[in-house]
Write a protein that binds this ligand. Structure first.
Ligand SMILES: *Cc1c(COP(=O)(O)O)cnc(C)c1O
Length: 394
């Protein structure tokens, strides 16, 4: 179908160059209290209709910051998703908590019934993950969280500006979390943002990202909390700020491309759509689709021969099987801390803990769709999918 690479993504508007240059020329790139960081945080909060936005150095740092703001006791349980980036899980371990994985629904977001079954008296939070620009049913998860008096955190790293029932993802939970890593809808190469309406949680997050230092204290330094340095520099804000203005357009272009690919998938024998849950206007961090079980490697090879790069199986196996820390006691030294604090089998992650997630990954293909692909390129990808499907079916 194609030879030569697809158009590369250029996520950084000219305005980002101007603002970054201005920041460098100012001689100060320190982020906390900096003019660009303050402006970015206020505009990011306004975009999402949130009371506060707190900028940090990565999505992983943002998840850690959100979780630390809850100040859980060691051994507390956090329910999260088996199909996600390690960045969702690592902060749980570093905060001394035990990750508990709830299996997925057909749309690969978490299944609320599975989440509810994972909640115990030791659960401190549900960390919902919104995969691929689709959604976990956070309306249902918020009801579960409220019923049990626990927190709902939303990992929206793959779902910037994505709406579910008309409301932005990240706004159903107590804290919404966004990564600004290179591959995300909005990016500064690295970075992360937490949003919340809760003044106390916002203050806790500002302390945690800044070594626990209360800068307003005066006198001798006061560190009322234990925290890390997860501060982001002014360059993160300079680069990310102008993308708030183009984000909706980025999503519109991705949706238009996804519609072309959906039509191809519908006519390709043996291939099925990934469908976001009802009420979700997906933002397509990538374009996922399903091929017959166990055929993903063969599909990736055939599509590569047509000039279409894909990733078969996304992460390959559920994240708990991918991470040595969860499998071989590779956490801290020779201990199994904090997994040794797990009770009733929590802290153990056998392969079939989440069988639906494991099975789905044997059928899942990812095409790294982005907003700068031309319509012609997307049409060629669509034709390649149909061609490979017809070849394999005959
Ligand atoms: C990218 C990503 C993260 C981690 O973000 P980083 O900025 O790379 O630390 C966490 N969760 C999900 C679902 C992601 O896609």
């Amino acid at each position: 179908m194609r030879s030569g690479p697809l158009t590369a993504r250029q996520p950084f508007p000219e305005e980002a160059v101007r603002l970054a240059t201005e920041a460098i020329r100012s001689g100060t790139l320190f982020g906390v209290g900096g003019p660009l960081t303050e402006r970015f945080e206020s505009e990011f909060a306004a975009f999402y209709g949130a009371g506060h936005a707190v900028t940090v150095s990565s999505g992983t740092a943002a998840i850690h910051t959100a979780l630390a703001a809850l100040d859980p006791d060691p051994g507390a349980e956090v329910v999260t998703a088996p199909i996600t980036d390690a960045g969702s899980v690592v902060p749980i371990l570093y905060q001394g908590c035990v990750p508990v994985f709830a299996d997925v629904a057909d749309h690969l977001g978490m299944d609320p019934a599975a989440v509810e079954a994972c909640v115990t008296e030791r659960t401190v939070a549900i960390l919902a993950v919104h995969p691929f620009g689709g959604a976990t049913d956070v309306r249902a998860l918020r009801a579960i969280a409220d019923r049990h008096g626990i927190a709902l955190l939303e990992d929206c790293s793959q779902a910037h500006a994505t709406r579910l029932h008309g409301e932005f993802l990240g706004r159903y939970g107590h804290i919404g979390i966004y990564s600004l890593q290179q591959s995300k809808h909005m990016t500064a190469g690295e970075g992360g943002v937490c949003v919340t309406d809760d003044d106390r949680l916002a203050e806790e997050m500002r302390l945690f990202r800044d070594k626990g230092w209360d800068r307003a204290g005066g006198g001798s330094r006061g560190y009322p909390r234990l925290g890390l340095n997860y501060r982001a520099s002014e360059l993160v804000a300079a680069v990310a700020l102008p993308q708030l203005g183009t984000l909706e357009d980025v999503l519109a272009r991705r949706r238009a491309s996804a519609a072309i690919l959906d039509a191809a998938v519908d006519e390709a024998p043996g291939v099925t759509r990934w469908a976001p849950p009802a009420g979700c206007d997906a933002s397509y961090w990538c374009y996922p689709f399903f091929v017959p079980s166990g055929e993903t490697a063969r599909w990736a090879e055939a599509l590569a021969a047509e000039g279409v790069p894909t990733t078969p199986g996304y992460i390959g196996e559920p994240i708990y099987s991918c991470m040595a820390a969860l499998q071989e006691g590779g956490t801290f030294g020779t201990s199994r801390y904090p997994l040794d604090l797990g009770v009733d089998g929590r802290g153990d992650y056998p392969p079939d803990l989440c069988p639906r997630a494991r099975e789905a990954l044997t059928r899942l293909m990812i095409f790294w769709l982005h907003e700068d692909h031309t319509k012609d390129e997307v049409s060629e990808v669509a034709t390649a999918i149909v061609k490979v499907a017809n070849t394999f079916a005959s």
